[in-house]
Design a protein around this ligand. Structure first.
Ligand SMILES: [Fe+2]
Ligand SMILES: [Fe+2]
Length: 173
């Protein structure tokens, strides 16, 4: 039987016979997926957030914009269909993370998301850069998770930390 699932991180909808292990859009773990009827939209843009949380969400936004554009560049650089697919998938996921941060802050997505940026010149170098980028991101979201007071902000940083840590695994197998 087909069911509707909805991600409480990115808000996207998935229709399928089973709950996937991760949100097909933002990559959040299945604990963040709820059945359609149980979904309650978060209060966004977030109200009454501290200056500190605003700064953390802005840093999240900037990091995710950069990651989206870097993975696009890495995908375009590669002539290997499998490597292209890894970077294409990563770029889509990070683009979804831009939306998550943008919605929380109440700002629009930038126009430059489709402009590649930061190609390191070869698949090997781009894979190495991916590992470094995702390690930085995981550490940053862990720090933000500990600092943030607002439940919604904590939820976002928790989900992103887990997703980016999965990306480290992906490029190290
Ligand atoms: Fe999601
Ligand atoms: Fe991300």
């Amino acid at each position: 039987m087909h069911l509707v699932f909805r991600c409480i991180i990115c808000g996207e909808v998935y229709i399928g016979t089973e709950k996937p292990t991760n949100c097909p859009f933002c990559g959040a773990l299945d604990k963040f997926l709820v059945e359609g009827k149980a979904f309650r939209a978060p209060d966004e843009p977030m109200k009454d957030i501290s200056e500190e949380t605003k700064v953390m969400l802005q840093k999240t936004f900037d990091l995710e914009v950069h990651a989206t554009r870097f993975y696009l560049a890495a995908s375009k650089r590669s002539s290997d269909p499998f490597v292209q697919s890894i970077f294409k998938g990563l770029s889509k996921t990070e683009r979804e993370h831009v939306s998550v941060a943008a919605k929380a802050l109440g700002v629009s997505k930038p126009d430059n998301l489709t402009e590649p940026e930061g190609d390191k010149g070869s698949d090997e170098e781009n894979i190495r850069e991916t590992d470094a980028l995702e390690r930085r991101a995981t550490a940053l979201y862990k720090e933000f998770l500990e600092k943030a007071k607002e439940p919604r902000a904590k939820q976002i940083f928790q989900a992103l930390m887990e997703v980016e840590s999965g990306h480290i695994e992906l490029v190290n197998q």
